[in-house]
Ligand binder design. Sequence first.
Ligand SMILES: Cc1cc2nc3c(=O)[nH]c(=O)nc-3n(C[C@H](O)[C@H](O)[C@H](O)COP(=O)(O)O)c2cc1C
Length: 199
Amino acid sequence: MKKNNMYIIWSHPRRDSLTAQVVQEIQGEAVRQGINVSTLDLYRSGFDPVLREDDEPDWNNPQKSYSPEVHRLFGELEDKDTLVLVFPVWWYGFPAMLKGYLERVWNYGLAYGEDSVLKHKKIRWLALVGGSQAGFIKFGWEKNMTDYIKGSMGYLGVEDANIDFLYNTIGVEEGIDDREGHYQQLFTQARSLVGSVLE
Ligand SMILES: Cc1cc2nc3c(=O)[nH]c(=O)nc-3n(C[C@H](O)[C@H](O)[C@H](O)COP(=O)(O)O)c2cc1C
């Protein structure tokens, strides 16, 4: 089997968050499966999510040189087969940190435009949702987020992409009596993502 290189991009202000633990679970499982893993911890890497003039796309110039940080971070993707993005759902979408990463780093001429090195990668999105799946479905959020992310993947020409949700991350839903068991189930679900990139 071909050696797989995985790159996990994640966003959370707290090192001991559930999001951070989920990242560790995926990382541990990937290592057990013989995958090389590296991570980009957006908060602790000092990443600035604000798109400024230097990184604004020039639609007439797909060769535009962006800030060194953008080229450095986009360069980190080049030798990876699998990209995994892990984040808590905030206001039914991405945290600003992750949104800023996408706006700046997955830029015109790099991630999209004439050609993209992302096209041939496996991309997995894992969203941690405070509320229940029933609530998320009731108000259309699961479909909205799935369509939005899959739509963006289609725009980039990525064929092998998937989004998955970990629900009840706050663990308050009625019927969740065994909190520890509930979190273990979420970790199991998170680890199963690794199998999908080995297929
Ligand atoms: C600013 C903010 C916005 C949030 N918005 C939502 C939301 O729209 N829907 C939801 O179900 N949970 C929402 N939550 C709850 C988070 O999804 C939840 O805290 C997270 O998944 C738990 O993981 P963590 O312990 O790693 O933060 C929000 C939390 C924060 C801090």
